[in-house]
Design a protein around this ligand. Structure first.
Ligand SMILES: [Zn+2]
Length: 81
């Protein structure tokens, strides 16, 4: 599983979804220029992708908990059952 393929995947989804801004604050730089995008992975797992426009920090969440990129990649690589 190559990370770039996951990013291609969410870029695909982003094209069909509205970006939403919220009260989020970047943990890295403190900026509130953070977008939040809800995604459903191929196995049906719902995750949230966050990206800071200011410092380009990126992170993932599931049910409000921070998710390691490795976990997201693992979930994204699972075939739909
Ligand atoms: Zn930031």
């Amino acid at each position: 599983m190559v990370p770039s393929s996951l990013f291609a995947y969410y870029h695909l989804l982003m094209a069909r979804r509205n970006e939403t801004t919220s009260e989020l604050e970047c943990k890295s730089c403190g900026s509130d220029a953070v977008i939040e995008i809800d995604l459903t992975l191929p196995d049906g797992t719902e995750v949230t992708f966050n990206s800071c426009h200011n410092c380009e920090a990126r992170w993932w969440k599931q049910d409000g908990r921070k998710l390691d990129l490795e976990v997201v990649l693992d979930l994204a690589s699972k075939p739909r059952s």
